[in-house]
Design a protein around this ligand. Structure first.
Ligand code: NAP
Length: 436
């Protein structure tokens, strides 16, 4: 028997569990821990609520989760309720699949002003993550600035632009839907420190901006390099840049039909946040040029009005006591997934925050191959039996997968018309819902 603990129940965690079942079948017991009482991590609280087709992958994780081989143990915070040392004592292998749930900080003057928020917090707010549900961003101003030119920046800009009707069929939480309906935002500026050829946005996501009911994307044609230069780009990026060219060709008359403007501001490096009475009012930006792929300041500085700033500049893994951490990369220090004997990492906690959900699948299979190579011939570990004893002694309130199914039933029952669910946004309500 092999006893495996996986910490984190998002895509990286469940692909790893799936790989363990494929490798060892009934000869393994796999416990998947999560600090929340609900599973699926990024699928539930990261993926945009209007991207339901991406969220459908959770059905695959459910297939892995039901049954006795794999067990969900929610509402358990590793590093607080149980230490890494204790988990390593109990299990043959501990795989950290904790993702990258915190914002990389924007280290510029004034960044601590009110209504300057990171994407982890903002996305967590509209997705009902208990840690961020109370964020309550002020949407009463006219100008929002989104920093970064990746897919998260696109998610945030799109969510800020959509009408109530466009959220039909989504699982955006009620508090966010109400706040967005009352929003007074008229411009959303997406700020990139480099140029159109350096964007990280993928074509499918970028193309959605052409179909928004009340918003229209604007690109200044002067920012675009000569079209022949696109030939050197890899095909995905070339498609994205072609879309930017489409945005640049939209006539003013069409923009005029839409009340909200989505402005792409390239070659614009944030310098400082300007605030009044502690709340952001503008962002100071330095014009850049791109030299050998790097943004170089030109000395030309200007201000953009900003009543809300959302930084979408990447994420980092949360540290856990006893686990070596690579500060610069914002992830666990690891050698291709190995951290210490019996301790591994996978997904964003291993690689840093890049790639699609599907990238985690080969990652999960690879880490299980490592565990298999490292595994001593027979286990002397106590696995879940030992964990259950410890949980009882500590009075931990462990939430099972069956419990989660009851919570989910209650969320589905509470859904507004056409929506898949209305999420509970605090841990207490989630736990209360498990008793039906
Ligand atoms: P990302 O793709 O790495 O983009 C981060 C952006 O922030 C880049 O444009 C980067 O510019 C900019 N940036 C970083 N530091 C900055 C600073 N100090 N000042 C100004 N700009 C700064 O990260 P992400 O958008 O967080 O996405 C994370 C991953 O999730 C990506 O792989 C993404 O594709 C994926 N994702 C996918 C979807 C989807 O498929 N629908 C949705 C959301 C996220 P530089 O390039 O100049 O560094």
């Amino acid at each position: 028997m092999r006893h495996i603990a996986i910490v984190g129940s998002g895509p990286a965690g469940y692909y790893t569990a799936e790989a363990a079942v494929k490798k060892w079948g009934e000869n393994a017991r796999i416990d998947v821990f999560d600090r929340l009482p609900v599973p699926f991590g990024l699928i539930r609280t990261g993926v945009a609520p209007d991207h339901q087709s991406i969220k459908a992958v959770a059905r695959r994780y459910e297939k892995t989760a039901v049954g006795d081989t794999v067990r969900f143990a929610g509402n358990v915070t590793v590093g607080k309720d149980i230490s890494i040392a204790e988990l390593r004592e109990l299990y043959d292998a501990v795989v950290l699949a904790t993702g990258a749930p915190s914002d990389r900080p924007l280290n510029i003057e004034g960044a601590d002003a009110k209504n300057v928020v990171g994407s982890a917090a903002f996305v967590g707010w509209y997705n009902g993550h208990p840690e961020f549900a109370a964020l309550d961003p002020d949407l009463s101003g006219r100008h929002a600035v989104v920093i970064g030119m990746g897919n998260v920046a696109l998610d945030v800009a799109r969510i800020l632009s959509k009408t109530e009707a466009e959220f039909a069929g989504s699982d955006i939480v009620a508090h966010a839907l109400a706040a967005l309906q009352a929003s007074k935002i008229e411009t959303v500026t997406i700020l990139g420190r480099r140029g159109p050829h350096q964007i990280m946005m993928t074509p499918k996501e970028l193309g959605e901006l052409l179909h928004l009911e009340r918003a229209s994307p604007r690109v200044d044609p002067a920012d675009l390099p000569p079209v022949e230069d696109d030939a050197i780009l890899e095909p995905g990026l070339r498609k994205s840049v072609t879309l930017l060219r489409e945005f640049a060709a939209i006539p003013e008359s069409i923009h005029g039909e839409k009340p909200l403007s989505l402005n792409f501001d390239f070659f614009a490096n944030p310098n400082a946040i300007v605030s009044e009475g502690g709340k952001v009012t503008a962002i100071e930006v330095e014009r850049t040029t791109v030299e050998a792929g790097r943004a170089v300041g030109t000395g030309e500085v200007y201000r953009l009005p900003a009543d809300l700033v959302v930084t979408c500049i990447g994420y980092q893994t949360n540290t856990i006591e006893g686990v070596p951490f690579e500060e610069r990369a914002g992830r666990f220090a690891n050698d291709d997934g190995r951290i210490l004997p019996g301790l591994y990492c996978v997904g964003w906690a291993k690689r840093g925050p890049s790639g699609t959900i599907g990238t985690n699948r080969p990652d999960g299979y690879a880490v299980i191959d490592l565990v298999d190579q490292d595994f001593a011939s027979s286990s002397r570990k106590r696995g879940r039996e030992g964990f259950d004893e410890l949980a009882e002694a500590r009075g931990l309130d462990v939430v099972s997968f069956r419990d989660w199914q009851k919570i989910e039933e209650a969320e589905i029952a509470a859904a507004r018309e056409g929506a898949p669910r209305e999420k509970f946004v605090d841990v207490e309500s989630m736990i209360a819902a498990r008793s039906g």
